[in-house]
Design a protein around this ligand. Structure first.
Ligand code: ATP
Length: 227
């Protein structure tokens, strides 16, 4: 029988803040593909987008609160590293630590479409497999480099535990049309983001007055009603 490799999901993001779209996606990929681990990796200084609104410490704390009670894990390796949080550095570090594991970089279709703008993206596939998750409002590329990559590296079966790197798998998940920017915008407009993110994360935002939240907002939850 062929040896079964350890499978590690690597789900990077800004998580500004973490929300149910991230969490549900991470959990479904973990369960559906029977991964051994699913690590959410908040980026400290994401190089390919504008500076996050919340500090790295707040985003890490929210991510830790968000995963509570689930099998998901938080890996703070990018928080501990100085300078821009390049995914290639994270992949290389994990590969050094786990030379024989199947590293599975998890990205939404939106992120995958922008892959070629990531620093040293050509090396990703030499270090890891890539799992592309469907996301509401986004379609898989039909032309261009990313479409060619999907074709040339397609993993037909779901045997991620047989390949350390080099394959791309597209995976359907329950599409939840939630984004961190939507949550930040709601808070800015003094509207409630409740039920788009875990209650603990919502409370953390209120306690720390993130994203322009102020305590006089009407979105403050009412006292719990005990039935
Ligand atoms: P923002 O709105 O600030 O751009 P975001 O909600 O897209 O943030 P990110 O932290 O930028 O969240 O995303 C990290 C990863 O999570 C990306 O690969 C992205 O595709 C994926 N992702 C984000 N939201 C969802 C969602 N609702 N469903 C599936 N994947 C998601």
């Amino acid at each position: 029988m062929t040896e079964r490799l350890k499978t590690i999901g690597i789900f990077g993001g800004t998580f500004d803040p973490i929300h149910c779209g991230h969490l549900r996606a991470g959990l479904e990929i973990y369960e559906t593909l029977s991964l051994n681990e699913m690590r959410l990796i908040p980026g400290k200084h994401p190089p390919h987008r504008s500076t996050p609104k919340a500090s790295p410490e707040h985003r890490l704390n929210m991510a830790r609160l968000g995963i509570q009670g689930s099998p998901l894990q938080i890996d703070d390796c990018e928080m501990r590293r100085e300078g821009p949080s390049y995914s290639i550095d994270t992949l290389m570090a994990l590969r050094r630590e786990y030379p024989k594991a199947s590293l599975c970089m998890v990205v939404g279709v939106d992120a995958f479409l922008g892959l070629t703008s990531w620093f040293q993206w050509e090396k990703f596939i030499q270090l890891a497999n890539i799992i592309v998750m469907y996301r509401a409002g986004w379609s898989l590329p039909k032309t261009g480099i990313t479409a060619e990559l999907l074709q040339s590296h397609a993993l037909a079966s779901k045997n991620l535990d047989q390949v350390t790197c080099g394959y791309i798998l597209t995976q359907k998940i329950t599409t939840l049309e939630i984004s961190a920017s939507q949550i930040r915008n709601l808070i800015e407009q003094k509207r409630s983001p409740a039920f788009l993110l875990p209650k603990s994360v919502h409370e953390y935002i209120q306690q720390n007055k993130l994203y322009g939240y102020d305590e006089n907002d009407t979105m403050t939850p009412k006292e719990d009603v005990h039935l």
